[in-house]
Ligand binder design. Structure first.
Ligand code: BG6
Ligand code: MG
Length: 221
């Protein structure tokens, strides 16, 4: 039977926390008198917290002007603002089609994991009330080489005890698709703006996710 496991990205696949990240970064930018807008926020999709801060500073022509201590302080400050915003997240914020898709995978005996760059993944999953649906949730802090490297997806496959070629990865960011393909897994893209590597199956919305579509996509490969 193929696939034997499905490994999900979180932000932009299971839920859309981009608005919360935007609001928290906006508050940090105001505090620091930095410019920040929604198009800059787009560049932060799938990108780690510290790397996001580096991008904001670069866009403001302030690259290299902050000490590592100040950078760590600001990243922490943003995270506290983000965590306050997460308190309003509920199961209503699960993206369309996801609940039915998780049921379908569970009924088919397919294992499930979450491979998110977010150190808040457990909190978000708990707020959505779906934490216990997953056999494994990767700890972003323990991942040395983040997406586009395949480490986080391979770590999930290892914990599930499933070979990469038996796994499907689902992502909304280009770096995530690169990570899945580098891990030699089948990649499903949700609304990915393809610039480099193409997903094996391209969907525009999570509402289109079904096991049949993936199995059919795998056969066409
Ligand atoms: C990714 C988001 O999932 O997690 C990014 O797409 C975010 O926008 C990154 O910066 C890190 O999240 P956190 O919760 O650890 O700051
Ligand atoms: Mg994402």
């Amino acid at each position: 039977m193929w696939p034997q496991a499905v490994i999900f990205d979180l932000d932009g696949v299971l839920t859309d926390t981009a608005a919360c990240h935007y609001e928290a970064w906006k508050q940090m930018a105001q505090r620091e008198n930095l410019y920040f807008d929604r198009s800059m926020n787009q560049q932060l999709k799938g990108v780690s917290r510290m790397h996001s801060l580096e991008i904001i500073l670069r866009e403001n022509g302030r690259e290299g002007t902050y000490t590592p201590d100040k950078m760590a302080f600001l990243a922490g400050w943003k995270n506290e603002a983000y965590q306050r915003l997460l308190k309003d997240l509920t199961r209503q914020d699960i993206l369309p089609g996801i609940a039915a898709f998780l049921d379908q995978l569970q009924n088919a005996g397919i294992k499930m994991a979450v491979a998110s760059a977010s150190e808040n993944a457990d909190t978000v999953l708990e707020r959505l009330e779906i934490r216990n649906r997953f056999d494994y949730v990767a700890r972003a802090k323990e991942i040395k080489r983040r997406k586009p490297y395949p480490e986080i997806f391979l770590t999930c496959a290892g914990h599930l005890g499933i070979l990469p070629k038996q796994c499907v990865g689902i992502e909304d960011a280009q770096a995530g698709i690169e990570a899945i393909k580098a891990g030699r897994m089948f990649a499903v893209g949700i609304g990915v703006e393809v610039r480099t590597v193409r997903p094996d199956l391209e969907l525009t919305s999570t509402a289109e996710l079904t096991l049949e579509r993936i199995v059919r996509g795998g056969r066409d490969e």
